[in-house]
Write a protein that binds this ligand. Sequence first.
Ligand code: AMP
Length: 249
Amino acid sequence: MKILVAVKRLIDYNVKIRVKPDNTGVETANVKMSMNPFDEIAVEEAVSLKEAGTVDEIIAVSLGPKASQETIRTALAMGCDRGIHVETDDELQPLAVAKLLKGIIEKESPDLVILGKQAIDDDSNQTGQMLSALLGWSQGTFASELELADGTANVTREVDGGLETIKINMPCVITTDLRLNVPRYASLPNIMKAKKKQIDVMSPGDLGVDTTPRLQTLKVTEPPKREAGAVLESVAELVDKLKNEAKVI
Ligand code: AMP
């Protein structure tokens, strides 16, 4: 069995985001970049399945500028076997990403594709769903448990009311939720070994995909600053403020 995982390079989740002064986006220059946390979970799931003997090969795919290869190397150090980088400096929106992934999937024919449920920079939560529609494959989104058996996948999904378990046919698209697993850290020997693993590089043109954005960002602004709190002397004072200042009771 072959698995393809999609790994996106974006601003590290610990970094305090700064909006550009001209409101066209956020600062990415000299900012620490990492793998999207939900994609780390996707890689971990694929590697655990391989360790359990269910999977023979894992391909890590990233789309974006040259530096995306660092993210692929991290996936290789965590246990993926080889990488594919679709190199472009252009902005990629979810539909373009889904079309590019479809192009790779048609060449590689994996049995399972695992993506994060959302990228923490655009918070789109669209790519996995669009990809499964373009492929005409089943989808198991927001997965918190995954079991493979006899050409089907049992996926436990985190839904508003609790947990929903569905059985879908493979090949299929899975998107990961936070509780699926705890991703491993790559060990130093594995980081060294990953340097020798193969990464194929291609362009969107090689896959025949037009990546022109369909949506235009009008502006990006910071959330309003929180005002300082106040320490009150008594419950009576709190009630008075809630009634007369905040006007909530
Ligand atoms: P989104 O729909 O943008 O929230 O992204 C959902 C998931 O799609 C991410 O967690 C990744 O697995 C995948 N993805 C999105 N953009 C890229 C990219 N540029 N390269 C690789 N994977 C991506």
